[in-house]
Design a protein around this ligand. Structure first.
Ligand SMILES: Nc1ncnc2c1ncn2[C@@H]1O[C@H](COP(=O)(O)OP(=O)(O)OP(=O)(O)O)[C@@H](O)[C@H]1O
Length: 314
């Protein structure tokens, strides 16, 4: 359910997190409405887990502010109950059974929905008496998701939950996730390296590189706001006003340019091809890598909006 009148699910202003001398997140600004399934993508070390841990209140910002559902992360017990978190590697207690996990969920969470949890465990084919340590990676992920969702959170935060799963298990996991979202009406933040998964389930995209936000917005708006131009070498060296080149590639005797199209830009008859989510993400990551804005070191460049024109040859 989309809800523009509620406080944003995530609202970051100048959010910065350093570990000693290493900057993991640098001056990030985000304002994400409730009701979205948010895909958080970026290369290794981009700062994705750091952002998610900040959102859960596991760590604190070094500078800037972050509000989750309108409040400081983990502000109090009531706020903790509104947020479900599945950390990387979907940790479960190896010595406890599936049923123990559900019982523990009930003890720890005042809003625990035992019927929902039981239903999901049954659907995932998990036996209550099975020890979590004996579950496969996919089954562990299903159990961890069930425990997080059983508290009926308003926001589910999932850090690469499906990374270790085979394609079939991943498919089942994503299917179950979408069922949860429909049933709970929850917002979700999902970090992933798997762009196909993000394209399948996410309707909001955040691209991080080097601890900086490279791109953020509703997926349909982002796709509508970008085009791929293809023309003979040199023809695209000068672009019409209102078009910002994101990434240039030379392919044989052709130039291919991913452009951001401003609201007032005239239509592009015959030349502007629509782009997909994967191409969009790779375009911004390529630009970040080429211009140095993929570095969290504040001296290396702006976090967003650079109009640099890196040339990437294949
Ligand atoms: N506890 C820590 N102590 C020191 N440095 C850390 C710590 N956690 C993260 N970092 C550093 O912060 C940066 C961002 O790490 P983070 O784990 O947030 O990235 P990520 O995008 O989640 O990466 P991946 O995709 O590999 O999981 C990296 O340079 C990392 O080495």
């Amino acid at each position: 359910m989309t809800d523009e009148s509620s406080p944003p699910v995530l609202h970051a202003t100048g959010l910065t997190r350093r570990y000693g001398r290493r900057t993991a997140l640098s001056h990030c600004d985000l304002r994400i409405p409730k009701g979205r399934v948010i895909g958080l993508v970026g290369p290794n070390g981009a700062g994705k887990s750091t952002l998610l841990q900040l959102a859960c209140g596991l760590i604190r910002p070094t500078a800037g502010t972050l509000r989750v559902l309108g409040e400081r992360p983990a502000a109090d017990a009531a706020h903790l109950a509104r947020v479900g978190y599945v950390a990387q590697d979907t940790p479960v207690y190896a010595g406890l059974t599936v049923a123990d996990h559900l019982r523990m969920g009930g003890w720890l969470n005042p809003s625990w929905d035992a019927a929902l949890a039981k239903r999901r465990i049954d659907r995932a084919g998990l036996h209550p008496a099975q020890r979590a340590g004996r579950l496969s990676g996919g089954q562990r992920a299903q159990l961890a998701l069930t425990v997080a969702a059983g508290k009926r959170p308003e926001l589910l935060i999932l850090d690469e939950p499906a990374a270790a799963l085979d394609p079939l298990a991943r498919d089942a996991f994503l299917h179950q996730l979408m069922e949860f979202v429909a049933e709970l009406g929850a917002s979700v933040v999902l970090s992933s390296h798997l762009l196909g998964d993000v394209a399948r389930v996410c309707d909001y995209l955040v691209v991080l590189a080097g601890g900086r936000v490279q791109l953020a917005g509703d997926v349909p708006d982002l796709l509508a706001g970008h085009r791929r131009l293809v023309a003979s070498r040199g023809e695209l060296d000068r672009l019409p006003a209102g078009m910002e080149p994101v990434r240039r590639e030379a392919a044989g005797d052709r130039d291919r340019v991913l452009v951001r199209v401003g609201a007032g830009t005239p239509p592009l008859p015959g030349v502007g091809e629509p782009v997909g989510l994967e191409e969009l993400v790779l375009g911004y990551l390529g630009r970040a890598a080429a211009t140095g804005s993929g570095s969290a070191d504040p001296s290396t460049g702006p976090s967003t909006g650079s109009a640099g024109q890196p040339e990437v040859r294949r």
